[in-house]
Design a protein around this ligand. Structure first.
Ligand code: SF4
Ligand code: SF4
Length: 356
């Protein structure tokens, strides 16, 4: 039985109209049944990183907050701490950044709360029906809220090829331990000939695994946590990953953590892909590159896998090329979808219903 994905196309829509379009889409997706008076309902967002980062502005998320408030429930914006050096690495600086970017009670109608606590250690262990009951660590708030609206901004991604709903759930709502478990298989190596010894990678490595020896970077793989920050910061293409193995393993683990977040609470989640201003790199990057093609629109469903499949299909249909051809051709971003389907996170088969 295919999942239903509602699609609000971008054709002819003015940017001012998106918040009310989102509100209407959420209502069609069952938001009014999600919460009662007093219930705590999370809105998973990404508040951006640097000035050039292409995160979704708070205007859209405010539309979701309005819809939840209208039920008498209590909305809050949320995200987790990241592993790398960033204004999002701890709850205090993350909350400050959120407020600077408009994600606050005053600006957008709901407070911003970090889902995994001050330093990423507020968590809950969840056993999922994979490999005889794998136990995974997810953010505490992800399991405590009565319901969740997940607002994902689809983009290309340097390791997983696609960052959309599955990644927003799996990586974005994992605790620090969960993130480390996902990244620990992705280890980088130095291309010595290309390395110019600038030291930028060492500066950003969160665990000081990189040193400079005789003008070349060197990685202590026993310390490396596989966060990929060095890869993102190197401007000389001197850091390599075993893409096939690393990307595949990471995508599979992300899908499993996504299942851990929603397990036994699937009906309490609404997943939306905001297919606007799609860039080569994700919202974590200081510079995600230019917008790749015209806006697609909003897609929403109760099924996270179906939303990700639908956005990939619509990108190909409307832009003439697959997302990978626009961004990272060597990475197959559908591994996370295929594994998600195999473990019961959702279905890649869907029925697209256009709404206006
Ligand atoms: S060496 Fe490892 S831990 Fe350090 S930035 Fe690179 S991937 Fe991250
Ligand atoms: S950032 Fe790149 S070029 Fe600079 S030291 Fe690190 S690996 Fe070498």
């Amino acid at each position: 039985m295919p999942s239903t994905v509602l699609f609000c196309p971008a054709d002819g829509v003015h940017s001012d109209e998106w918040p009310s379009k989102l509100e209407a889409l959420l209502n069609r997706l069952g938001l009014p049944k999600m919460g009662r008076r007093g219930d705590l309902i999370g809105i998973k967002v990404h508040v951006g990183e640097g000035k050039k980062s292409s995160y979704l502005g708070p205007e859209l998320a405010a539309g979701a907050a309005r819809g939840i408030t209208a039920l008498g429930a209590k909305p809050f914006f949320t995200d987790t701490c990241v592993l790398y050096r960033s204004p999002r690495a701890d709850a205090v600086s993350h909350t400050r950044l959120a407020a600077e970017h408009g994600y606050s009670l005053e600006s957008a109608g709901a407070p911003f709360l970090v889902a995994d606590g001050l330093t990423g250690a507020y968590e809950e262990e969840v056993a999922i029906p994979v490999d005889g009951g794998k136990r995974l660590m997810v953010a505490g708030l992800a399991r405590r809220a009565r319901g969740f609206v997940v607002l994902a901004h689809p983009t290309g991604h340097i390791i997983t090829g696609l960052g959309c709903v599955i990644k927003m759930l799996g990586m974005g709502l994992a605790s620090r331990k969960g993130k480390l478990a996902m990244h620990s298989v992705a280890k980088p190596f130095i291309r010595r000939k290309a390395c110019i010894g600038c030291g930028e990678c060492a500066l950003w490595c969160p665990v000081d695994a990189i040193t400079l020896e005789k003008g070349k970077a060197q990685i202590d793989s026993s310390r490396c946590i596989g966060c990929g920050e060095c890869l993102a910061m190197c401007r000389s293409a001197a850091i390599g990953f075993d893409w096939k193995v690393s990307s595949e393993s990471l995508q599979r683990r992300i899908a499993e953590h996504a299942l851990a977040v929603v397990h036994r609470r699937e009906d309490r989640f609404i997943h939306v892909a905001i297919g606007l201003r799609i860039t080569k790199d994700c919202d974590c990057m200081q510079d995600p590159g230019p917008v790749l093609f015209p806006d697609i629109g909003l897609l929403g469903s109760a099924d996270p896998v179906a939303v990700d499949q639908a956005i990939l299909d619509l990108i190909k249909e409307r832009s003439g090329k697959r997302l990978a051809e626009w961004s990272y051709p060597k990475i197959d971003p559908t591994i996370q979808l295929a594994h998600g389907e195999a473990i019961g996170l959702g279905s890649r088969a869907y029925r697209l219903v256009e709404v206006v």
